[in-house]
Design a protein around this ligand. Structure first.
Ligand SMILES: [Zn+2]
Length: 83
Protein backbone atom coordinates (compact mmCIF):
# COMPACT_ATOMS: atom_id res chain seq x y z
CA UNK A 1 0.00 0.00 0.00
CA UNK A 2 1.57 3.29 -0.98
CA UNK A 3 2.06 6.05 1.55
CA UNK A 4 1.00 9.53 0.54
CA UNK A 5 1.98 12.77 2.14
CA UNK A 6 -0.71 15.37 2.63
CA UNK A 7 -0.52 18.92 3.88
CA UNK A 8 -3.16 21.58 4.54
CA UNK A 9 -3.94 23.74 1.54
CA UNK A 10 -3.97 26.71 3.91
CA UNK A 11 -1.69 25.70 6.78
CA UNK A 12 -2.84 28.64 8.92
CA UNK A 13 -6.37 27.22 8.89
CA UNK A 14 -5.46 23.61 9.45
CA UNK A 15 -5.23 21.65 12.66
CA UNK A 16 -1.81 20.84 14.17
CA UNK A 17 -1.82 17.58 12.27
CA UNK A 18 -2.33 18.77 8.72
CA UNK A 19 -0.61 22.12 9.24
CA UNK A 20 2.70 20.33 9.33
CA UNK A 21 1.66 17.59 6.93
CA UNK A 22 0.94 13.95 7.61
CA UNK A 23 1.47 10.62 5.96
CA UNK A 24 -1.40 8.37 5.07
CA UNK A 25 -1.36 4.86 3.75
CA UNK A 26 -4.05 4.38 1.17
CA UNK A 27 -4.89 1.68 -1.33
CA UNK A 28 -4.21 2.63 -4.93
CA UNK A 29 -7.83 2.22 -5.96
CA UNK A 30 -9.06 4.78 -3.43
CA UNK A 31 -9.51 8.35 -4.61
CA UNK A 32 -7.03 10.87 -3.29
CA UNK A 33 -7.78 12.41 0.06
CA UNK A 34 -9.12 15.93 -0.34
CA UNK A 35 -9.88 16.92 3.23
CA UNK A 36 -8.12 16.42 6.53
CA UNK A 37 -9.75 13.55 8.44
CA UNK A 38 -9.47 15.55 11.67
CA UNK A 39 -10.46 19.13 10.90
CA UNK A 40 -12.05 18.64 7.45
CA UNK A 41 -10.04 21.45 5.91
CA UNK A 42 -8.82 21.02 2.33
CA UNK A 43 -5.54 19.18 2.03
CA UNK A 44 -3.31 18.69 -0.96
CA UNK A 45 -1.25 15.67 -1.80
CA UNK A 46 2.49 16.27 -1.75
CA UNK A 47 3.80 14.60 -4.85
CA UNK A 48 7.33 14.15 -3.62
CA UNK A 49 7.27 12.35 -0.28
CA UNK A 50 10.19 13.25 1.94
CA UNK A 51 11.01 9.66 2.80
CA UNK A 52 11.16 8.31 -0.74
CA UNK A 53 14.54 8.20 -2.39
CA UNK A 54 14.61 10.34 -5.49
CA UNK A 55 15.48 8.58 -8.70
CA UNK A 56 17.08 11.26 -10.80
CA UNK A 57 19.52 9.25 -12.83
CA UNK A 58 18.73 6.40 -15.20
CA UNK A 59 18.56 3.08 -13.48
CA UNK A 60 21.66 1.06 -14.23
CA UNK A 61 21.92 -2.71 -14.14
CA UNK A 62 23.87 -2.65 -10.88
CA UNK A 63 21.29 -0.30 -9.35
CA UNK A 64 18.52 -2.61 -10.43
CA UNK A 65 20.32 -5.57 -8.92
CA UNK A 66 20.97 -3.81 -5.65
CA UNK A 67 17.31 -2.86 -5.56
CA UNK A 68 16.43 -6.53 -5.73
CA UNK A 69 15.51 -6.81 -9.36
CA UNK A 70 16.54 -9.85 -11.32
CA UNK A 71 18.36 -8.73 -14.41
CA UNK A 72 17.96 -11.02 -17.37
CA UNK A 73 20.20 -10.90 -20.38
CA UNK A 74 19.08 -12.28 -23.69
CA UNK A 75 21.57 -14.76 -25.04
CA UNK A 76 22.30 -15.59 -28.65
CA UNK A 77 20.44 -18.88 -28.52
CA UNK A 78 17.27 -17.11 -27.44
CA UNK A 79 17.30 -18.32 -23.86
CA UNK A 80 17.68 -16.06 -20.85
CA UNK A 81 20.50 -16.23 -18.42
CA UNK A 82 20.17 -15.00 -14.86
CA UNK A 83 23.11 -12.69 -14.24
ZN1 LIG B 1 -6.43 19.05 9.86
Amino acid sequence: MPTYHYIAEKPEEGCPRCRKGFDLRRPLDRPALTHCPLCKKPVVKVLQPFNTPKITKPLSVSDAKSAGFTVLEKRCDGSYEKR
